[in-house]
Design a protein around this ligand. Structure first.
Ligand SMILES: C[S@@+](CC[C@H](N)C(=O)[O-])C[C@H]1O[C@@H](n2cnc3c(N)ncnc32)[C@H](O)[C@@H]1O
Ligand SMILES: [Zn+2]
Length: 297
């Protein structure tokens, strides 16, 4: 639908196979510390792009309306089962390259562990910039190619790619590592002003994780994270940036058709019908599904 290839999590057991009981409590806790430090604690509208099963949704309690968006409907269905208060959220299936929202809508936008699946980062950032309001905040996480283990592996000739080369490396299909400077350049190029950087998961080393309880290791990570302001040598980097764009009035409407951009969408049974192009979008099961239209004009 977007042109760029998409890493499809439809039907995947991401929660069970990657997080639960998989020895990543330290990473989860460290990421929450970074998010709490970077995220404006309260606001009106927030969207999380690539929210998966809603692992981080508990951090958004201070927002009036919270949208959890993912390309995989099954992830959002999992979120509906997993979250203690699913009614509080608006669930949206869509592609980051074609967001179904009107311009200048969100106060805050988050995207964690998603950028490493994006083949066209500049295009995704342009779309994020479109839906955030002037002065709105984005909190983004990206996998870094310039971390200490990668540097050591490269020096020992156990890794073919150079961690200092600014270009992204696709180490497996639709899995990218990025140079922190390259990401900063893309953000600036898309009209964001960088405000803060935190390096995360400094201690992602298996023997250390076996030795030190996750809470202690995460607390240590929290102490190390602010050094991201000066240098970035960890496998994960979180940034907060602010949208620089001309002042605009309040957003007009909420959803728009991702294909023709019309915001005139009329409810009909369990569908939204686009007055602009005639396409119909599913809204059953408590999920707005803007991935594939039910009908073409
Ligand atoms: C590694 S998971 C991260 C989930 C969640 N952010 C977290 O940290 O637990 C990546 C998520 O990004 C979603 N995703 C990948 N490409 C996407 C795209 N083009 N548009 C929207 N979501 C996408 C996947 O469906 C998946 O749920
Ligand atoms: Zn349309």
């Amino acid at each position: 639908m977007s042109g760029a290839k998409i890493c499809d999590y439809e039907g995947s057991q991401y929660r069970r196979e990657f997080w639960e009981g998989q020895g990543r409590e330290y990473e989860d806790l460290a990421e929450r510390i970074a998010m709490r430090a970077l995220l404006p604690p309260a606001g009106d509208t927030l969207v999380e792009i690539g929210a998966g099963y809603g692992r981080l949704a508990g951090l958004y309690a201070g927002y009036r309306r919270v949208v959890l968006l993912d390309y995989a409907r099954s992830q959002l269905e999992e979120a509906q089962r997993y979250l203690p208060n699913p009614d509080r959220f608006t669930f949206v299936v869509a592609d980051v390259y074609r967001l179904p929202f009107v311009d200048n809508l969100f106060d805050t936008l988050t995207m964690v562990r998603v950028m490493h699946h994006l083949a066209d980062v500049p295009r995704a950032l342009t779309e994020l910039q479109r839906v955030i309001r002037p002065g709105g905040v984005v909190v983004l996480e990206h996998a870094s190619k310039r971390h200490l283990k990668a540097v050591a592996r490269w020096l020992l000739r156990r890794q073919p790619w150079n961690p200092f080369d600014p270009q992204p490396v696709e180490f497996a299909e639709l899995n990218f590592d990025f140079h922190p400077r390259w990401v900063r350049q893309q953000l600036t190029g898309a009209g964001f002003q960088l405000e803060a950087t935190r390096t995360v998961s400094h201690f992602r080393v298996s023997w250390l994780k076996r030795l030190v309880p996750p809470r202690w290791l995460a607390a240590l990570d929290g102490l190390a994270q602010p050094t991201g302001r000066w240098w970035q040598l960890s496998p994960s980097v979180f940034v907060r940036a602010r949208a620089q764009k001309p002042p605009a009035g309040l957003a007009d409407g909420f959803f728009c058709c991702p294909l023709c951009r019309s915001s005139a969408l009329s409810p009909l049974d369990a569908r939204l019908v686009c007055d602009g192009c005639g396409r119909q979008w599913r809204t059953d099961g408590g999920i707005y599904d803007f991935k594939t239209p039910l009908s073409s004009p």
